[in-house]
Design a protein around this ligand. Structure first.
Ligand SMILES: Cc1ncc(COP(=O)(O)O)c(C=O)c1O
Length: 395
């Protein structure tokens, strides 16, 4: 199981024009036409073929459960295969869990901790991730060391230095985001993994936002664990997530849920076994990956990058706007976070939704109020223009 797998990149046609993307938004989503949905970082709208596939699969299953059950297991395995190829690994290393929370729990609850050790994280991890590791630390006599991740990063080396500065002889694990939920910062997983592995610590990546936003090469990077939620950027049914488990981590972690998983099993599916459950979301996962592949993932990325550039240019004209997301495409994706000096962002966010049907999110990072805008291929320049003008009118 040591072979490195190349991710699929199959875009051969010229990039589609704006009319194409508008057509996709209009014809391929159930999302209400007048909503400007700029909040897919929380949970994404699945395209119609995904919703329809799942709905039909539920209906068919219940028309003859025992006939469909074994059939569905094999379709789920096809989805696992497609996902593995997309993230640059083999299906044997992928557990199909429900979400990032569950994926990280497999690690947190499944490894053997030694009293006195440290878990290295930053001060910008996601709330549920903080809660998970605070719990583990309390239970096993560990300390969570939270190093400060600057809000405005301009150089990759800054990120590396942040983690290097927090490592010491007590460090047992390094837990970090691939795409930060807060500023949208994209971290160098390869380099950080090398640093962690060199020091003999667990390397655990929270990639909740990364799959379908940035290219993944999991075999080549080889962190011990990599978790993601596919109901965000992959637009897969809700409750579909993944956990990559490296070969050398497999035998050092216990399954979260015991049942058939109690028997030895060389595959990461051991970590997603949980008795009888609805398989249809994972059937929909395969459809979501097909849908994305049919459009061409390179085309999607080019289009989304264009939206981000356009938005930065438009917002940059507003006095007092300061971006917290790096401009460098190597350190950013399709989450754009900014603050506006002196503005009441919560109030504006509420009005954007109540009066204009523009869905965004505003929160604080280290006491700084920010807007976070997620842009995907179902969004358009018109929607961004609508949002920028709506903000301008309220300043
Ligand atoms: C960075 C990050 N990690 C973890 C999670 C948890 O994801 P889920 O609720 O899908 O488990 C989220 C959710 O938004 C997130 O943004």
């Amino acid at each position: 199981m040591s072979e490195v797998t190349t991710p699929v990149q199959s875009d051969t046609l010229p990039p589609p024009d704006d009319a194409f993307w508008k057509g996709i938004r209009r014809d391929q989503f159930y999302l209400e036409p007048d909503i400007a949905f700029l909040q897919g970082g929380s949970v994404g709208p699945s395209p119609k073929p995904v919703v329809d596939r799942v709905t039909e699969a539920i209906r068919a299953f219940d028309s003859d459960p025992l006939k469909h059950q074994p059939k569905y297991w094999s379709i789920v395995e096809e989805s696992r295969e497609k996902l593995a190829r997309f993230v640059g690994t083999r299906s044997e290393r992928i557990a199909l869990v429900q979400n990032t929370t569950m994926a990280l729990s497999v690690f947190a609850q499944g490894v053997t901790w030694k009293v006195g050790g440290e878990i290295l994280m930053t001060d910008q991890e996601y709330g549920a991730v903080n809660a998970c590791f605070d719990y583990v630390a309390e239970r096993h006599g560990l300390t969570v060391r939270r190093v400060h991740l600057p809000m405005e990063i301009t150089d990759k080396q800054q990120i590396i230095d942040v983690f290097t500065s927090g490592l010491n002889e007590k460090t047992a694990a390094m837990v970090f985001g691939h795409v930060y939920w807060s500023t949208g910062l994209v971290t160098p997983v390869k380099e950080l993994t090398e640093i962690g592995r060199d020091r003999g610590v667990w390397v655990v990546v929270d990639g909740a936002h990364a799959v379908s936003m940035v290219p993944l090469h999991l075999d080549a990077w080889n962190p011990h664990f990599y978790a993601s939620s596919l109901h965000k950027w992959t637009l897969s049914p809700k409750g579909t997530g993944m956990l990559f488990v490296s070969d050398d981590a497999h035998d050092r972690v216990e399954p979260l849920i015991l049942g058939s998983s109690a028997h030895p099993n060389p595959n990461a599916s051991r970590f997603d076994m949980m008795g009888t459950r609805d398989q249809t979301p994972f059937i929909g996962l395969g459809t979501a990956l097909d849908f994305q592949q049919e459009i061409g993932w390179d085309h999607i990325r080019t289009y989304c990058r264009g939206l981000v550039d356009y938005m930065r240019e438009r917002l940059g004209r507003i006095r007092g706007v300061r971006f917290l997301t790096p401009r460098d495409p190597e350190m950013s994706g399709f989450i754009t976070t900014f603050t506006i000096e002196g503005a009441d962002l919560q109030k504006i966010r509420q009005e954007l939704w109540d009066d204009e049907k523009i869905e965004t999110v505003a929160f604080h990072i280290n006491d700084v109020p920010v807007f976070r805008i997620s842009t995907h291929f179902y969004n358009s320049r018109e929607e961004i223009e609508r949002m920028v003008r709506a903000i301008e009118r309220r300043l």
